[in-house]
Design a protein around this ligand. Structure first.
Ligand code: RFL
Ligand code: PHB
Length: 393
């Protein structure tokens, strides 16, 4: 088999890249370790920046996100039992975010790919990358017991944090930066109306909580839990009881509970691998960087990376020039590090760090008080939350 670009991973980064390349007339094949149903079963991000909406539009897959996504012009910060609104729209000159689940983005991208008859090979495992330090790389994979090989010009490693792409790069060619937080997020998805029209980010002495949603009838809630907590030890009832203890009285009164459709614990980490290119191999999305979910940046960084990559490949194939491909890693990493900083800062501000004790809690409350009362500080939060602009090549 032969194609121009082999994409490893059918998460949002891989599927969006496939669609953007197809629209630019560049052939591609996607290899995914899991089945399509498994990929759609993962419940993850919920907040899309305008940059992501624009890329979905460019890929021709934004109809449902526009029709069913919920535009949000503000978020609420809860601390010391009171909620304070951050007016994202007013503070950023009219910007907003769209609440639309990653599962739905993935579903839309898969449907568009199937409608165009483009090749995605699911349950391809194991996948291995070869000769990507040359201009003639190949990718091998096994499917139903047989081994296949694809010759290509480029490989896009969109296979997430645990993927094979980054792991295939010689260790001494990578610089890894990592911070692991001593807690995770216990998430529950339930078919109940959201407690509030806007997302509530709560700082409490019992730990962080987040009230989010997928629609007007489906809610997504998260609780900060210690790293050693097991999801089996959290009944639905114990989840809702703990959530009530972290919300203000009005929210508690409005909270509608119900059986969980999904419940899982996600660890929190900050991670960057530099550079994001090795010869013919380009890393994109979670394969190259992870942010803690507090800033809602992971999916948005992944889409921005593939926006840069598709553009650079388009310039390469149209003009025969390497210059945009040569700038890919540098351009991505400048934006990645700003999102890393924002996500780390917002995580540090909102979570309980037991080692910092009551002093740490007081310092957080003082910073939150400053943040909601200072236009300069609120504007900085709002600008980062709605997403920083994309540079161009
Ligand atoms: P993904 O989604 O992990 O997809 C990678 C794909 O590659 C496949 N794969 C392989 N395929 C072939 N061969 C191999 N050897 C392979 N190894 C892996 C995997 O099966 C998978 O299908 O990475 P991608 O595409 O880079 O997308 C990144 C996003 O999924 C991630 O950043 C976000 O979900 C992070 N995130 C959030 N981001 C936001 O922008 N806004 C949010 O509100 C938000 N909330 C969240 C989040 C992540 C969370 N969790 C569970 C970590 C909330 C949570 C709880
Ligand atoms: C979500 O709805 O899953 C979500 C929303 C905001 C975040 C993280 C996750 O910051």
């Amino acid at each position: 088999m032969k194609t121009q670009v082999v994409i490893i991973g059918a998460g949002p980064a891989g599927l969006l890249l496939g669609q953007l390349l197809y629209r630019a007339g560049i052939d591609n094949i996607i290899l995914e370790r899991q089945s399509g149903d498994y990929v759609l079963g993962r419940i993850r991000a919920g907040v899309l920046e305008q940059v992501t909406m624009d890329l979905l539009h460019q890929a021709g897959v934004d109809t449902r996100a526009h029709d069913e996504g919920l535009p949000h012009e503000g978020i609420e910060l809860l601390f010391k039992d009171a909620r304070h609104r951050i007016d994202l729209h007013g503070l950023t000159g009219g910007k907003q975010v769209t609440v639309y689940g990653q599962t739905e983005v993935t579903r839309d991208l898969m449907a568009a790919r199937a409608a165009e008859g483009l090749t995605t090979i699911y349950t391809a495992a194991p996948v291995s990358l070869h000769d990507f330090d040359t201009a003639k790389p190949t990718v091998r994979y096994q499917k139903d017991g047989a081994t296949h090989e694809i010759a290509c010009d480029f490989i896009a490693g969109c296979d997430g944090y645990h993927g094979i792409s980054r792991a295939s790069v010689p260790g001494d060619a990578l610089h890894l930066y990592e911070k692991v937080y001593p807690f995770g997020w216990l998430g529950v998805l339930a078919d109940v109306p959201p407690v509030s029209h806007e997302l509530i980010y709560a700082n409490t002495s019992r730990g962080f909580a987040l009230c989010s949603m997928r629609s007007e009838h489906r809610s997504r809630y998260y609780l900060q839990v210690a790293s050693d907590q097991k999801v089996e030890n959290w009944s639905d009832e114990s989840f809702w009881n703990e959530l009530r203890l972290r919300l203000d009285p009005e929210a508690c009164e409005r909270l509608v509970t119900g059986p969980s459709l999904e419940k899982s614990i996600a660890p929190l980490r900050s991670f960057v691998a530099e550079p994001m290119r090795f010869g013919s191999l380009f890393l994109a999305g979670d394969a190259a960087h992870i942010v803690p979910p507090t800033g809602a940046k992971g999916l948005n960084l992944a889409t921005a990376d593939v926006g840069f990559l598709s553009r650079a490949l388009e310039i390469h194939y149209r003009e025969g020039s390497q210059s945009a491909l040569d700038r890919y890693s540098e351009l991505c990493l400048r934006r990645v590090w700003k999102a890393e900083r924002f996500s780390w800062w917002f995580t540090s501000l909102m979570h309980r760090f037991p080692e910092n004790g009551e002093f740490g809690q007081k310092i957080q409350e003082a910073e939150l008080d400053y943040l909601v009362n200072s236009r300069a500080a609120s504007t900085s939060l709002a600008e980062n939350y709605v997403g920083l602009p994309l540079e161009s090549f």
